[in-house]
Design a protein around this ligand. Structure first.
Ligand code: ADP
Ligand code: MG
Length: 483
């Protein structure tokens, strides 16, 4: 194995903890930045949501920070929202424990007491939102002059949310010789200015084509009548596993949740008007499957990290392409497939087109399509033609292909309920399948939405041609030769 965390120069204790968590090979942004970060360089990292930025900055910070004195953290990670700050802390906590470093998060909307107590005990790595951090500094609960490594995560969102002045003030309080790692989905405009001011000779790493989403995301734009939006939303939620729905306003989110409940679809709202408690409860209900949809506004959803989202629905059109990217980035994390659906109302065609242009996607504005509900592969009806469903349980003679060269096939955008056996059956119609397995998430055991099939090379090629783009449970499958 050439792509291992060990090779990047990380300490063995982090590497073995990562392995226990099921992380064995680094993602591209991690491979591209960790060695330079470990060498002390400043970093500008641009990578789409879900590309693994947390470990990209978290691992070097954990490797580099020394022990903190009380109220004087050594490493600082700035994040725009409380959910994101807590998420980062949670992701890094087991790794911090492995190298005997303390990590804590501070953010607004919750009592000061526990956070002050953490700071008094001594926090080596502090994860913070700018507002609460400045607040606690003013209260003399901590001091930043010993901070010699800073991460600014989601810098573009910091900028959108008006936090850049606070970020500047905070940076000016840290050690002037510090190392600064800056991560963002976009590195232009104000973010570029911040980088220029706060970094020295940074290594710039860009991963993924400009502004474009993960390749396994399917972008669909549906023309719908305003009066049909609810029915379509309910149908989408019913036919998918986990959906995030975006509305423009808090009231819109609350209203939609109520309407969905009336249609027997359980949903929870997530927006800035809700208390920390309500948000936590909403996230939990969504996380454990009690609610099948999360209805969120842009700001609230930023940075929240929920696994295995298969559909992002733009109920209200995004304000611009940046918001579209941030919203859509909630799906297809860590290589799993996903579908992004945008409702386009009468008169919104131009705005939808300009979002498409900005991120270089060219999906047709289609008539709203109710997703299919049966596990029966068909040719994608994307252009109107449909073939009858094919039986998926037809198996071929096992001995016939023995000894021939085999090929590994990647299957993406799978419905979440599909099992190894169903995957095998799907391909068995085209030849002898020697292995079929769905990739599942290490911790939750849930399907990641993709899998691999091994079969005879010639038959594999036929299967790929036949099955790529076919529709299963409303999802159009991505089938290709595995790399
Ligand atoms: P970003 O901050 O870029 O949006 P995250 O850091 O939150 O993305 O990572 C997205 C997902 O990918 C998380 O579920 C994380 O656990 C997973 N992940 C990150 N790095 C790896 C890796 N090297 N191998 C497998 N999964 C990873
Ligand atoms: Mg992140």
């Amino acid at each position: 194995m050439s792509n291992t965390f060990e090779r990047l120069g990380l300490p063995e204790r982090l590497v073995s903890t990562l392995a226990r968590q099921g992380f064995t090979s680094p993602f591209p942004v991690q491979m591209a930045t960790i060695p330079d970060s470990l060498a002390g360089r400043d970093i500008q990292g641009r990578a789409p949501t879900g590309s693994g930025k947390t470990l990209a900055f978290g691992l070097p910070v954990l490797s580099l920070v020394s022990r903190a004195k009380t109220k004087r953290p050594r490493g600082l990670i700035l994040a725009p929202t409380r959910e994101l700050a807590e998420q980062i802390r949670r992701d890094l906590a087991p790794l911090a424990a492995a190298v005997d470093r303390r990590i804590a998060a501070i953010f607004g909307g919750v009592p000061y007491g526990p956070q002050k107590k953490d700071l008094n005990r001594g926090v080596d790595i502090l994860v913070a939102t700018p507002g609460r951090l400045e607040d606690l500094i003013e209260q003399r609960c901590l001091e930043l002059s010993s901070v010699d490594i800073v991460v600014v995560d989601e810098a573009d969102r910091m900028s959108d949310m008006g936090f850049l002045p606070a970020v500047r003030r905070i940076l000016s309080l840290t050690n002037p010789d510090r190392q600064t790692l800056l991560f963002s989905a976009t590195l232009d405009g104000d973010v570029a200015v911040l980088a220029r001011e706060s970094q020295r000779d940074p290594v710039r790493v860009e991963s993924g084509p400009t502004g474009e989403q993960d390749l396994d995301v399917e972008h669909r734009f549906w023309r719908v009548a305003r009066s049909d939006r609810l029915a379509h939303t309910a149908a989408v939620i019913r036919d998918s596993q986990r959906t995030i729905v975006f509305t423009r306003t808090r009231r819109g989110a609350d209203r939609l949740v109520k309407q969905l409940e009336k249609s027997d679809v359980s949903a929870v709202a997530m927006h800035g008007g809700r208390s920390q408690n309500q948000r936590t409860r909403a996230l939990r209900a969504f996380g454990n499957g009690k609610a099948s949809a999360l209805v969120a506004t842009d700001v609230a959803a930023r940075g929240i990290h929920v696994e295995d989202i298969d559909v992002v629905l733009h109920y209200d059109l995004a304000n611009d392409h940046k918001d579209y990217i941030h919203r859509s980035g909630r799906t297809a994390r860590a290589g799993a497939g996903g579908t992004v659906i945008t409702f386009v109302l009468d008169g919104q065609e131009k705005d939808a087109r300009s979002i498409q242009r900005a991120i270089e996607i060219d999906s047709p504005l289609e008539r709203a399509n109710r997703p299919e509900v049966h596990l029966s592969p068909r040719r994608d009806s994307g252009h109107g033609s449909e073939r009858p469903a094919r039986s998926i349980s037809k198996k071929r003679d096992v001995s016939r292909t023995a000894g021939k060269p085999s090929l590994s096939i990647f299957v993406g955008n799978l419905p979440w309920r599909i099992t190894d056996r169903m995957l095998e059956n799907l391909f068995a119609g085209h030849g002898q399948v020697s292995r079929a397995s769905i990739v599942t998430h290490g911790r939750t055991g849930r399907s990641k939405g993709f899998g691999f099939v091994e079969m005879d090379a010639d038959e594999a090629k036929t299967a790929i041609t036949a099955l790529d783009g076919s529709v299963l449970d409303g999802r159009s499958l991505r089938v290709r030769v595995a790399r």
